[in-house]
Write a protein that binds this ligand. Sequence first.
Ligand SMILES: *[C@@H]1O[C@H](CO)[C@@H](O)[C@H](O)[C@H]1NC(C)=O
Ligand SMILES: *[C@@H]1O[C@H](CO)[C@@H](O)[C@H](O)[C@H]1NC(C)=O
Ligand SMILES: *[C@@H]1O[C@H](CO)[C@@H](O)[C@H](O)[C@H]1NC(C)=O
Length: 480
Amino acid sequence: MICLFFIYTLILNLSFGEGEKRKHDNAKKPPNILFIMADDLGFNDLDWKDETLHTPNLRKLAFHKNTALLTNSYVNQLCTPTRSAFMTGYYPFRTGVQNGVFLHMEPSGIPEMFPFLSENMKSLDYSTYLVGKWHLGYCKKEFLPTNRGFDYFYGFYGPQTGYFNHSADQWHRDLRRVVKGLDLFEEVGSGQSVPDFSQNGVYSTDLFTDVAASVLDNHNMSKPFFMFLSYQAVHPPLQVPRVFEKYCSRVKGRYRRTYCGMLTSMDFAIGRLIDYLKMANLYEDTVIVFTSDNGGTADFGASNAPLRGEKDTLWEGGTKTTTFLHSPRYIKNGGPRDMLFHVVDWHATLLAIGGHHGESYGDGINQWEYLRTGKARIRRSQFVYNIDVHGSAIRDGDFKLILGNPDRKSFGDRTRLRLFRISSDPTESKDIARQNPIIVQRLSRKLEELKKYLHKNVRKPLDLAGNPEKFNGSYSSYWC
Ligand SMILES: *[C@@H]1O[C@H](CO)[C@@H](O)[C@H](O)[C@H]1NC(C)=O
Ligand SMILES: *[C@@H]1O[C@H](CO)[C@@H](O)[C@H](O)[C@H]1NC(C)=O
Ligand SMILES: *[C@@H]1O[C@H](CO)[C@@H](O)[C@H](O)[C@H]1NC(C)=O
């Protein structure tokens, strides 16, 4: 059993000689990958968990015979950390993004020494597209998606924006007023970022779905594609076209009813995209992944029941998410896959789908064979929830140790230790630290060891050089 927290400390950048590339041409072309990430989707928020919701397309996909349903799938507690872990294959505390998210006008990005999944997929001769949310830095060309391995980008750079007007309006402390700017851009290959003012009034879920389909329409089929469709839904603000109200009439509570509509709108959009793949004859040969970046926020209509906690906490409700992988060509006997999976594992797993069968990459392990067949050669039994000054948590087998404060914006005791047996107490109802001093000691020692690898936090204060008022009202790049 391999169960190391760190498999490599070296940074890998795949590079293949011509010989290796040519091998692809002769062998069967690797499959396309459509990776769909929802934003802030609550653990409870699918219609097979809460029957007042309406997600028929996702339900059909999740329980399809060609689908692996990951029942212990973990992510980080927030957008930027999870998305960085997905792209780099490293835990956020190793890349400096353990703390909070990048804001508009913040001159931060993921350190350039870490190659992104998109770059490595390009080495495997994939065309790489990102539509929707980025949230991994935008102030300079080097941080932009098309400089980090994507052939094409259409979407938004920051944490949050209007679903219809694509405007991010935020109170600026020093200026003592609201700063407004468009956050909707298109990039092509060379890091040329162009604001798109033309989509005012178009709901982002529909916009991103249409752009994704048209990108695939123009895709040259001599190569496989890796499409990262990174929806804005169901992140606040709570906004949805009125037509979706009728699907959510059974939902109690105004906020949750709107949230339900946003979710149904995304579900229908995914349904349309599947229909498009079928029509374009791409469906059989495309691996489709669905997941979310972190738990939902109860104040904005989401529910993580029965789990404890929510977005921006280290509780299960902030970090455990609904994930499945659907593939008519590769998964013949689908069903639940109960082994632990962490978002860092996607890097090695998608590389394997693309034909590079390493056992691991960064902090992640290749789970492709397990997802495909249900039989594991390599087992994950540990992972890091996060390591940060105010609070840290790790999982080891049945147990989860929390050091310090798992909750957002509260300043509890930073030395407090909590232990939960997650396998029998998934809702973290009973702290068993006092009864298990040996386990607590072993896991806290592990945590201390891991802290040696803590990367300096890369976040920075906001900089008015990025003020949209200097850029014709958009959160443009090229200012840091
Ligand atoms: C954009 O929409 C949001 C959400 O409705 C709203 O708060 C904001 O004022 C709008 N901004 C502009 C510039 O119209
Ligand atoms: C697709 O790519 C192949 C290989 O690069 C090229 O030979 C072909 O002309 C391209 N087809 C189109 C329609 O661009
Ligand atoms: C400047 O902003 C306006 C909307 O605020 C937009 O219509 C116009 O196209 C923008 N001009 C350029 C050069 O981006």
